[in-house]
Design a protein around this ligand. Structure first.
Ligand SMILES: [Ca+2]
Ligand SMILES: [Ca+2]
Ligand SMILES: [Ca+2]
Length: 262
């Protein structure tokens, strides 16, 4: 019992330093975030010329990872299917432009050379195109807000960081270059410029993989209790490491993160 008490004492010291973490670190700790696309305009120039708008899309969950090994684990793979029915994931690499205890500004940049012929059918545009270049940037301001259920009902846990679009078209845009009808010659090149992008998001909180079984804003006795109650079962909610069984490993992870809060 004395060992347990001193262990918890040590853990609370760790927890204090974690809760004082900068906002970008708190966002990364969440492991993912919800991205809500609220619409944009696009202009096609070259072999075709017109302007149209994208409608808003349902919120999607995006996992964070460190794709370029620069120790900033806020990179994401943006799946183009929900936006333009294109079966392709564009890597967006994160750069932390500013960071503090209440706010951070993060920029995601992506370039991709898929060289794939796809049938694009979207609000106002339908054709086969061979995409040879995708470049884009999104910039978001991440702000601390009171910890509450994810407003987009997508992550299955409470969140405490809201993300709002930062800056204008220079900081938030997407350009796609492609050959119309998948015919590779200089006369079929089109450029699709997506601008006036409206987006927002939510993230942070404490994920289940750290031991936050009940999805609230702290890792404590309630989480431990649920693991003990589900011990030996395959109860997914209490299966912290997601290996299909609730056992000592899940208990240990929760103990190691005990006391963490947002
Ligand atoms: Ca990175
Ligand atoms: Ca909890
Ligand atoms: Ca487990």
């Amino acid at each position: 019992m004395r060992v347990r008490a001193s262990l918890l004492g040590l853990l609370s010291v760790v927890a204090v330093s974690v809760s004082a973490a900068q906002v970008a670190q708190q966002l990364a700790r969440g492991g993912d975030f919800v991205f809500k696309f609220n619409g944009a305009d696009y202009r096609i120039t070259g072999a075709a010329n017109f302007q149209e708008s994208f409608n808003p899309r349902d919120p999607i969950r995006l996992d964070f990872s460190d794709l370029n090994n620069d120790t900033v684990a806020l990179d994401v793979l943006l799946d183009l299917r929900p936006f333009a029915n294109i079966n392709r994931q564009v890597p967006l690499l994160a750069q932390v432009l500013s960071d503090g205890s209440n706010e951070a500004v993060i920029r995601w940049r992506g370039t991709d050379n898929p060289n794939i012929c796809v049938e694009v059918s979207d609000d106002g545009f339908s054709a086969n195109i061979l995409i040879f270049e995708v470049t884009g940037v999104l910039t978001g301001r991440v702000r601390r807000v009171p910890c509450a259920p994810d407003p987009y009902n997508t992550l299955g846990r409470n969140t405490h960081l809201e993300i709002v679009k930062e800056g204008g078209d220079a900081e938030n845009n997407l350009r796609v270059r492609a050959y119309l009808f998948c015919l590779q010659n200089p006369f079929t090149i089109i450029t699709v410029d997506v601008f006036n992008i409206r987006w927002a998001g939510s993230g942070g909180g404490l994920p289940r993989r750290l031991g936050n079984v009940n999805g609230d804003c702290v890792i404590n006795d309630s989480d431990l209790l649920q693991i003990l109650l589900g011990f030996g079962t395959n109860n997914a909610a209490a299966d912290v490491n997601g290996d299909g069984i609730v056992n000592d490993s899940d208990l240990l992870i929760t103990l190691l993160n005990f006391g963490q809060s947002v």
